[in-house]
Design a protein around this ligand. Structure first.
Ligand code: AMP
Length: 413
């Protein structure tokens, strides 16, 4: 399939060609026809799948036939969780809409309001916003949504993770109910399912799962190690000169902090990034990682989503993810743009069940590193024995079976 097969307006096809896109990505192939038709959409897709164009192109297509209204009422609102993402989406509207006569603006917190207010007063067709600042400006009576036609909620699960879901609901309650709504989320936790049921009408559902083939480009190794030795093993690995830039994944925010502290004490430049950190902190950490001021970024899965940093030589799974697909997302951070990449995964006895799920998904065993200083004495095939139930009938520690939430629904971390 090529872009003209999607029947997008000619000025959009020209813009897409100028971007150098030849083939629509799977999410674009699936989503664009539904959006052009005017249907609501529930899309399960990650950053990096081409999801921005999957909504921006057909939304622009739908706006295109009508000339901008007098006073330029806002016709499209896109909600995004972070300023980086909001700015990126606004840029994409600018690029894809370059041959069309639309005005767009982006508003987010952490910066002065004057320019944003001026843009709103001037009138615009497409507004991209983070929910907090938008509510602020709505409270000041500066935003008129009476003519709104399309709402896009992007990275809905991340909004949830960052505590914005209440603001999102508030914004939506101020919008006309007659509208087209598109909701994008990488995962579908319960709260997002219920939000989607409330705001979407008979949505088309599209889903792209990460390509298992990502896993084939990355050299992968497994290090059997017991939990108390993980920190020291990590330190040894990160001291190796071939580790130029590494991202270390932990399952919890607390662990991310602890690991970062340990690395800094050991003289390794590291920064943590997760949902509990402020926007300023996250930006600084990311900036330092990009510039090479720190060589290690310690992240939880959700915080790492959307991070697009080139030249990551190593992905280290300090903990194995309990959702197998997450493993593929994690290791896909390395071996980008034709470069080599290595993924090293720590696995303690309790994580062996997760390992089985991952190997089933990627349809290959992950080779075990035989020689390392903290090698577990448990043989590769070992599994944790079910722990005795504690007195009082409570649940014991994680057992040998599949411990975490299966499938896409997942708890917050
Ligand atoms: P996104 O998932 O929207 O963050 O997009 C990820 C990257 O893919 C962006 O850098 C886009 O410019 C790029 N991209 C989007 N669609 C295509 C396409 N059809 N062909 C090639 N690159 C694309």
């Amino acid at each position: 399939m090529k872009f003209p097969d999607l029947r997008l307006a000619e000025p959009l096809l020209r813009a897409v060609e100028a971007e150098g896109y030849v083939t629509p990505t799977p999410i674009q192939q699936q989503a664009i026809p539904h959006v052009i038709e005017g249907r609501d959409l529930l899309a399960v897709a990650q950053t990096g799948t081409g999801k921005t164009a999957a909504f921006a192109l057909p939304v622009l297509h739908r706006l295109a036939p009508a000339a901008p209204g007098r006073g330029r009422p806002i016709r499209v609102l896109v909600l995004a969780p972070t300023r980086e993402l909001a700015a990126q989406i606004a840029d994409s509207f600018g690029s894809y809409g370059r041959h069309l006569d639309f005005r767009h603006a982006v508003i987010f917190g952490g910066v002065g309001k004057a320019a944003q207010k001026a843009a709103l007063r001037q009138g615009l067709d497409i507004l991209v916003a983070t929910p907090g600042r938008l509510l602020d400006l709505m409270g000041e009576g500066l935003v008129d949504f009476r003519r709104l036609e399309v709402l896009v909620v992007d990275e809905a699960d991340r909004m949830l993770d960052m505590g914005f879901i209440h603001d999102v609901r508030k914004v939506i309650s101020a919008l006309p109910t007659q509208r087209q709504t598109l909701l994008f989320s990488a995962t579908m936790p319960e709260a997002i399912v219920s939000l989607s049921q409330r705001i979407l009408r008979d949505p088309a559902r599209v889903e792209v799962t990460p390509q298992a083939s990502t896993a084939e480009k990355v050299r992968q190794h497994l290090l059997l190690v017991e939990r108390p030795d993980k920190k020291r093993l990590l330190e040894v690995l990160l001291h190796k000169p071939q580790v130029e830039r590494a991202i270390v994944f932990t399952r919890t925010k607390r662990e991310a902090n602890k690991v970062t502290e340990h690395l800094v004490e050991a003289g390794i430049g590291a920064a943590a990034i997760h949902g509990n950190k402020s926007q300023t902190h996250r930006e600084r950490a990311l900036g330092d990682f990009r510039d090479g001021a720190v060589k290690v970024l310690v992240a939880t899965d959700i915080a790492a989503r959307g991070i697009d940093v080139d030249g990551i030589s190593h992905v280290i799974n300090y903990d194995l993810p309990n959702v197998a697909e997450q493993y593929v997302h994690r290791i896909g951070r390395t071996a980008r743009a034709g470069r080599a990449g290595m993924a090293l995964s720590f696995c303690d006895l309790e994580e062996r069940a997760y390992l089985r799920d991952i190997e089933k998904l990627i349809r290959q065993p992950i080779p075990v590193v035989e020689q390392h200083p903290y090698k577990s004495t448990h043989p590769p095939g070992a599994v944790a024995r079910p722990a005795p139930r504690p007195p009082g009938g409570g649940r014991g520690p994680r057992q040998g079976g599949r411990g975490g939430a299966g499938g896409r629904g997942r708890s917050r971390r």
